[in-house]
Design a protein around this ligand. Structure first.
Ligand code: ZN
Length: 340
């Protein structure tokens, strides 16, 4: 577990999640002298352990949960907003999140049924998922037991500036990991709160975003993420405070390493075809045999993300057979012709 640590006005308070990812870092922005209490960025899951860790961290700086003035969220995943509602009750403060979080938050209270479920299952079928597993389309909202349902007080927008007493945070919408992800940048102090968009030890996953209507489009999470990486690359920060793991001092080389890893993964997907055609599910089984049964949604997110990119680059041929999409890499001779 990382220690509670102070970086100027920002205090990192790690709290346990019980998930494979380990602790999640919440950040308290300390008030200037004489001002009321801190502002909190992300909350941890809803559990007594997380609550106690947050309290203990705040106490070191003379505050309690009741002193929190405002809760800002980076995105609507359980480890980030799980105990936001409880903090709001205790502190009487507001909770703000990006406007795209509305749908994400609803998924923790509404069962997937009717048309949205049918549309999701159709996608799963097309990717070659066995029929009995086509309903397995839940991502993080599977973890409902560590979340208290939340209706936020305000929706944030891209490029908006959150004005705190003497700290200004620019909101940068960075979809990819999920549609409602934002990074907060304190341009004056050159500090960024990167949520799960930039993480030092793991490459963030870009979760599938399934449409809820028959005529709905599925955005490509990985392509969104790549665009959002450019936004993160453009931000002027000397200190990046991520939601998992230690601080990042050089986000430029971190982003460069992500790009290298994404290229490697893309090549791995291409070689998994072994010269033939395959469904997304078959590729997932070849590349992630150990994980696909337990983490179908994660594995498909990874594979489909790369298939989206390869398809956009004109590297794949597809055909539909009995409702399933078969992908095949174009041969280099075909690519040459297509480019001619
Ligand atoms: Zn997340």
């Amino acid at each position: 577990m990382l220690p509670v640590e102070r970086y100027g006005r920002y205090v990192r308070i790690p709290t346990p999640t019980g998930f494979a990812v380990g602790d999640v870092n919440t950040y308290a922005i300390l008030p200037s002298r004489g001002a009321p209490g801190p502002v909190l960025v992300d909350t941890g899951v809803r559990s007594d352990e997380a609550w106690e860790a947050l309290r203990a961290g705040l106490r070191r700086y003379g505050f309690d949960v009741a002193d929190i003035q405002l809760v800002l969220l980076t995105h609507a995943h359980p480890d980030h907003f799980g105990q936001a509602a409880r903090i709001r009750r205790e502190a009487g403060c507001e909770v703000w999140i990006h406007e795209a979080g509305e749908r994400s938050l609803r998924r923790y209270t509404e069962e997937l049924a009717g048309e949205p479920l049918e549309v999701a299952r159709q996608h799963m079928r097309a990717w070659g998922v066995p029929e009995e597993r086509t309903s397995d389309v839940r991502g993080p909202e599977r973890a409902r037991d560590v979340v208290e349902p939340l209706v936020p007080d305000r929706w944030l927008r891209d490029e908006e500036v959150v004005e705190l007493a003497d700290v200004r945070l620019r909101v940068i919408h960075t979809p990819g990991h999920c549609p409602d992800h934002i990074v907060y940048v304190d341009e004056q102090r050159r500090v960024a709160l990167s949520g799960d968009h930039l993480l030092p030890d793991i490459t963030p996953v870009c979760l599938l975003q399934l449409p809820t209507r028959r005529d709905g489009e599925r955005p490509s999470s990985l392509m969104q993420y790549c665009n959002s990486l450019e936004k993160a690359e453009a931000m002027k920060a000397d200190l990046v405070l991520p939601s998992h793991g230690d601080v990042v001092r050089d986000h430029y080389s971190l982003i460069a390493s992500y790009r290298t890893r994404m290229d490697e993964r893309r090549d791995a997907v291409l070689s998994a075809f072994a010269g033939g055609e395959a469904t997304a599910y078959e590729l997932g089984r070849r590349l992630f045999a150990d994980a696909i049964d337990d983490q179908l949604f994660l594995v498909l997110s990874e594979i489909v993300g790369h298939l989206d990119v390869l398809e956009a680059e004109g590297m794949l041929e597809t055909r539909s057979v009995a409702g399933r999409t078969l992908f095949r890499p174009m041969k280099s001779s075909e690519l040459a012709l297509a480019g001619a």
